[in-house]
Design a protein around this ligand. Structure first.
Ligand code: HSE
Length: 429
């Protein structure tokens, strides 16, 4: 029986989940695939930290170099996250001819071309299913299940932490309490501003767009807005109008064969499929030009979801190594799927707009006048009675050119009666 030796960098939430899964399902893998796994080396930050799993102390090191240079290691698992030193270690592992499995979306999104080139040069591969949408096999879907399709759009929830926070806020919990709970449950990144600021979903959107259209989309081509400016009042206004706020990644092939990519808080109908995705779950709709709509749903963050994807990659890698077909495995192959990134200001959409204003005569008419001057048509306008001096006014628009809405917002924010920077979120029916 073939035994594969694993070198692990990082034994935090994901690393522990991977070891647990290998321990739990080891005999199943042996009977199903004929492989056995042995952990040869594990690099951790601190040898004395309390761990979620037991690993032989003699295998532990604080030097990740020992993992990437280990003569017997077949597969290196990069589970430390972040850009550096992860990038350097992954490149070294590939240059040493190792197969690499990673859950690191920042690494793939920021350095994909360099990393895939290193894998190609060394006749090896990097597997990265866990980098997008946790336990949902979305990369496999793009590479394999939907390969007969041109991709028209990818639309969905790609960050479990934000979806968990938004779900908690619907129950009246504060943003700060919900984030603390997401961190406790192991959903959030080490730096949670990447989650709530939209950067994590932006990285994932860039990876999906790059795979779907066969060209590398850098972070400069992704417009990102997080949920960090969202307030309970937005969640309540949305609910009263029949919507839920979700952090949505929207990847769309435009009529001129370009790709628009953005991540932003979006009001979606409460009863829609995407509106029903709650807690740390992700939901992604892919529209293929042959299959039509497909919808993928599953746990998008956390130990078990992420380790499920990592271990699937380990099994795929093992099968490819065993059959000597590793260099046939799809890494990133450029193809002619689109003509680059679209200018997002030309995207047409409905919007939610919240403006905090002084409660005095002519205020509403000055705001609606500016919107009208920029061809923004109003679908509804709400101001709840209040005894405060400053009150929120919420406007839902009809479809409008993003550029025109942005210009209107700039003019509205300069009105003396407007008390803080207006908030806008996209709205979808
Ligand atoms: N922090 C990420 C999320 C983990 O919340 O989705 C999974 O990539």
């Amino acid at each position: 029986m073939k035994k594969f030796k694993l070198g692990i960098i990082g034994l935090g939430t994901v690393g522990s989940g991977v070891v647990e899964c290998l321990q739990k399902n080891g005999s199943l893998f042996t009977s199903r695939y004929g492989f056995d796994y042995e952990i040869a080396k594990v690099a951790v930050r601190n040898l004395n930290s309390k761990r979620l799993v037991e690993v032989d102390q003699s295998l532990m090191t604080t030097d990740p170099q020992e993992v990437v240079d280990h003569a017997e290691v077949d597969i290196v698992l990069e589970l430390m996250g972040g850009e550096e030193p992860a990038r350097t270690l992954v490149l070294q592992a590939l240059n040493n001819g190792k197969v690499v499995v990673t859950a690191n979306k920042a690494l793939i999104a920021e350095y994909g071309p360099e990393i895939f080139a290193a894998a190609e040069e060394n006749n090896t591969r990097i597997f990265f299913e866990a980098s997008v949408a946790g336990g949902i096999p979305i990369i496999k879907a793009l590479h394999e299940g939907l390969s007969s399709n041109g991709i028209d759009s990818i639309h969905g929830i790609l960050n479990g932490t934000c979806n968990f926070i938004l779900s908690c806020m619907e129950n009246g919990e504060s943003f700060a309490d919900a984030l603390a709970e997401a961190q406790r449950l192991g959903y959030a990144e080490a730096d949670p501003t990447l989650d709530v600021g939209g950067g994590d979903a932006g990285h994932k959107a860039a990876i999906l767009a790059s795979l779907a259209y066969g060209q590398w989309f850098t972070k400069e081509t992704v417009s990102v807005k997080g949920i960090d400016k969202l307030e309970l009042t937005d969640v309540e206004f949305a609910r009263d109008a029949g919507y839920r706020i979700k952090l949505i990644a929207n990847i769309l092939k435009t009529v001129d064969n370009k790709v628009s990519i953005d991540v932003q808080p979006t009001l979606v109908p409460q009863q829609s499929m995407i509106g029903s995705v709650m807690d740390a779950y992700n939901g992604i709709k892919i529209h293929g030009n042959t299959v039509g709509d497909t919808f993928f749903y599953g746990q998008g963050a956390g130990k078990d979801a992420t380790s499920s994807a990592v271990v699937t990659d380990i099994i795929d890698a093992s099968q490819a190594i065993a059959s000597e077909t590793i260099s046939n495995y799809p890494g990133f192959k450029p193809f002619d799927g689109a003509d680059g990134a679209a200018d997002l200001s030309s995207v047409v959409s409905r919007f939610y707009l919240r403006v905090v204003v002084e409660d005095s005569p002519k205020v509403l008419s000055s705001i609606t006048g500016i919107l009208g001057d920029h061809n923004v048509s109003i679908a509804s306008i709400t101001q709840k009675e209040s005894h405060e001096k400053a009150v929120p006014v919420v406007i839902l628009t009809h479809e409008v050119l993003t550029k025109e809405l942005e210009e209107a917002i700039k003019a509205i924010s300069e009105l003396p009666v407007v008390k803080s920077q207006p908030h806008t979120f996209r709205l979808e029916d």
